[in-house]
Each structure stands twice: as structure tokens, then as C-alpha cells.
Design a protein around this ligand. Structure first.
Ligand code: ZN
Ligand code: ZN
Length: 447
């Protein structure tokens, strides 16, 4: 029975997501260990989807149903996770709770050493878990080594036979974290869930998942870590904070990680620990702001070339951020023309070679990569300079600019790096991002 409990406890699943044979399914429902709940409920004048919390009228569609031969509602909001209809129940585990195996030895197999700033954050996380503190915000600069800060806390939760989940908005990040976690916790079951992982029916003591996967959970986790709390889509889609609250067990601890917390979170004043310094101990590169009179749609401005030619370390690779896909593609020919001996590519979200190109850049097979904001966070390249073209464009809000600047100087072998924001009129986001970086450096004791 514990196997079923591990598979289903804390989840809200459609019949076909259960992956059970008909006899197994009948048996579990007759024993009331799997209980159907109505997926779409009717309220006075509206409907509500019990999976994603949607109540917006225009996000319910109506279609003819082959089961009941009538037209009825389905939820369009969460349709990418399988259609929820008025007559299709979600199943919830109501049998005995799962028991995660006790570990006789220390579950953490990671032998690294935390910096004093990381240790301080780690201690706060441990305290939060021990005292069942509801939430903790880790406000840690880009490159502070936040994954390692989590390890001791997660190890404690494993020892207490608790269930743990870490979510990130990006599948790339989950793919990258999975092997690191498997190495750090060799005896613990770990699963990575994201669109296309093919593992969405699996359950483990540690779940690493893209944020949307939370829609399939209900009272599942004792420790829930939300990475990049400020990032799209978490802050833009109210169903995700809703799902995160629901995914927690009673007395659970929620930990938020971000380098750029948004005002709505700060206003709530959750207990916070600052990690103002990078793990290698060097300050964050402070961006330069350069004004150009008018940005051409196909040629990079003179001030870019001046900056480019005066860079201190010309062996570094270069990331050039643009506001739109069109810009990324249109600036490329002029760069290629002026720098014929360099390998120059552009990349964006709709690029089918996206993963491949990022990999090539990581392997230093590409010298200059033009990119949209898809590479603004969650990626580490050891030695890059960074330019943002059209930095005054609305896609570059304060958080985006801080994150982009945070791509430079991440490696202990090359802990500095140059960042330039090129714009045709300084915006508040440009000003505030530079102020925020300066403030964090000051907090870390650099002047
Ligand atoms: Zn829904
Ligand atoms: Zn029906």
C-alpha cells in the first residue's frame, strides 16, 4: 500500500494520469483510498476549476461531451495539463499517508564548504524548518550559490522523513539541478518534473519541478522551495501562488529564493535573510549606462563599438541582450560583417536549436551570442561581458536588468566582467537596477 501512497498522496490527478489498470483502479476506489472530487464546481453565478482555481467566465469553454451527450464546461486555463470537464473527476489519495524510508546515515553526500554568507542563510533555513516557520525569504544576489545554501536544510527534512519540493519557472534549471541533487543526496528518491520529462506519474521524496506542476498537488509537501519567486510566470499567473499554497501540508515551511524580490512580496515583510555577496567574494559588476541618440534597427550604435573596443579583457565571450527576436536577428549581420573572424549566433524562445546553441556557447564554440531575455537568469557562463541594447525597452524591467547584469563575473577564475546598458533615454528601471546593484555591494561591505 505504501507504494500507492507514495505515488498518489498529495496529488490531484485525472483518471489517465493515475496510470492504473481498471481492476487496480476499481479496487482502490472501492476501498475509498482513491476518492473522486468534482473538478469543476458551480458557484452562484460562476464556475470554479478545482485544479487551477480559475473562476474567470471567459476562461471556461463549452463543448459537447461524449460521455454524457450534452454540452458542458471545461477549464481552458489549465488545459495544457489535460482537459478538466464538468463530469471528469480529479482523484485524491485518501488512504494511509506515505512513509519515506528512514536514513541511517547523514543524507547529504555533498562535501563542499559554505561561505560565511551562505552558512548564515543555511542556518536560517534550518531554524525555519525546526520551528515550522511558515515562510522565509532568501534575498541572495546572482551568483551567491543558492543551491548549496539549501542542502543542509533539505538534509534535515530528509532525516525527519519529510517530503520536499523545489520549483523553478524554467525547465532548463530543473534539468541542470537534477544531477546535482542526485549527487548531493545519493540515498534519497528524487524526481524531476517538467513538460516533456515523461516522468509526470512518478513521485519521490524530493520533487524538482517547473512551477506549473504545482497544479497537480494538494497538501503534499512539508518543505516547499520556490526558486525565482519574482519571475514570470509565477508573479503573472495567480493560479500558481494559489497552487503553491494548496501544495503545502499544514505546518509546512515555504522558502522563497530570489535576487530581485518584487514589491508585493516585500510589502508582506516575510522573515528575510540577505546574501549580498557572491560565493567567490567579489562584488557584482556595476553596469555602465550609455545614451545613444537613436537606435538603428539593423546597426549597433557607435557607443556599443566604443565600449566593445575598450573592454579590458577581450578574450571574454559576449552576451548581447536585445528586447525583441527581430532585433536579435537583425543586428547579427552587421556584427558578422565587422567581426568576420568571430562565431556569432542569435537565440530566442522560438528557436528550435535553442538548447544546442546555449550548449555551444557554454563550450566556447560561439564567441558572441545575441539573445532575448530567455537567458536573463538561471544560466551560468564562466567568463562573459554583457551588453543590453535598447535597455530602455519595457521588457527590461528592474528585475530583468539586475538579473542580466548578474550573468557577468560569475566564475572565481574570472570574477569580474563588464556590463553596459545602451539606451536612447534612461528609464526608471535602468536607474533603479544600477542603484539596487550598488546597494547590494554596499551591504556586502564593498565601497
Ligand atoms: Zn483549471
Ligand atoms: Zn460529460
Amino acid at each position: 500500500m505504501n507504494n500507492y501512497a507514495k505515488r498518489f498522496a498529495g496529488r490531484l490527478l485525472l483518471r489517465d494520469e493515475l496510470k492504473l489498470t481498471e481492476p487496480e483502479f476499481t479496487d482502490l476506489t472501492l476501498r475509498k483510498q482513491l476518492t473522486p472530487i468534482q473538478a469543476i464546481t458551480k458557484h452562484y453565478f460562476s464556475y470554479r476549476c478545482e485544479r487551477c482555481g480559475n473562476t474567470a467566465k471567459d476562461l471556461f469553454g463549452k463543448i459537447p461531451c461524449s460521455n454524457c451527450r450534452q454540452n458542458h464546461h471545461y477549464c481552458r486555463k489549465c488545459i495544457q495539463m489535460g482537459r478538466i470537464m464538468f463530469c471528469t473527476p480529479l482523484y485524491k489519495w485518501t488512504g494511509p499517508p506515505p512513509i519515506w524510508p528512514p536514513q541511517s546515515e547523514e543524507p547529504l553526500g555533498w562535501g563542499g564548504k559554505l561561505t560565511p554568507a551562505q552558512q548564515q542563510a543555511s542556518d536560517q533555513i534550518i531554524k525555519a524548518i525546526k520551528t515550522k516557520q511558515a515562510e522565509l525569504l532568501i534575498n541572495a544576489v546572482c551568483g551567491s550559490g543558492k543551491t548549496e545554501m539549501l542542502f543542509e536544510g533539505i538534509a534535515l527534512a530528509i532525516t525527519q522523513q519529510k517530503r520536499i519540493c523545489l520549483t523553478s519557472p524554467r525547465a532548463d534549471v530543473i534539468r541542470e539541478l537534477l544531477p546535482r541533487f542526485q549527487q548531493a543526496f545519493p540515498e534519497t528518491s528524487i524526481v524531476g518534473l517538467y513538460g516533456g520529462s515523461g516522468k509526470n506519474h512518478q513521485t519521490a521524496q524530493i520533487t524538482l519541478a517547473t512551477t506549473h506542476q504545482l497544479l497537480r498537488y494538494d497538501h503534499a509537501f512539508d518543505l516547499l522551495i520556490i526558486d525565482e519567486i519574482d519571475a514570470f510566470p509565477y508573479h503573472a499567473d495567480p493560479s500558481l501562488p494559489y497552487a503553491a499554497r494548496r501544495a503545502q501540508k499544514q505546518d509546512a515551511t515555504m522558502i522563497y529564493l530570489t535576487a530581485t524580490p518584487r514589491q508585493d512580496l516585500l510589502k508582506r515583510k516575510p522573515p528575510t535573510v540577505f546574501v549580498p555577496v557572491r560565493y567567490h567574494g567579489h562584488p557584482l559588476p556595476l553596469p555602465k549606462s550609455k545614451l545613444t541618440y537613436k537606435l538603428s534597427p539593423s546597426e549597433l550604435p557607435t557607443c556599443f563599438w566604443n565600449w566593445f573596443n575598450q573592454r579590458k579583457n577581450k578574450t571574454r565571450q559576449l552576451l548581447v541582450f536585445t528586447a525583441t527576436i527581430e532585433q536579435a536577428e537583425k543586428y547579427r549581420p552587421s556584427l558578422v560583417e565587422r567581426l568576420p573572424d568571430k562565431v556569432i549566433h542569435s537565440v530566442h524562445a522560438e528557436d528550435s536549436d535553442r538548447i544546442e546553441k546555449v550548449q555551444q556557447f557554454r563550450k566556447k564554440e560561439i564567441d558572441i551570442l545575441l539573445t532575448t531575455t530567455i537567458l536573463e537568469r538561471g544560466v551560468t557562463f564562466p567568463s562573459v561581458d554583457v551588453a543590453v541594447i535598447d535597455a530602455g525597452h519595457q521588457v527590461f524591467d528592474q528585475a530583468a536588468l539586475v538579473q542580466i547584469a548578474g550573468r557577468a563575473g560569475r566564475s572565481p577564475d574570472d570574477p569580474t566582467g563588464e556590463v553596459v546598458f545602451i539606451h536612447d533615454g534612461k528609464t526608471r528601471a535602468i536607474r533603479d537596477s544600477i542603484t539596487a546593484i550598488r546597494l547590494m555591494n554596499k551591504r556586502a561591505g564593498f565601497h
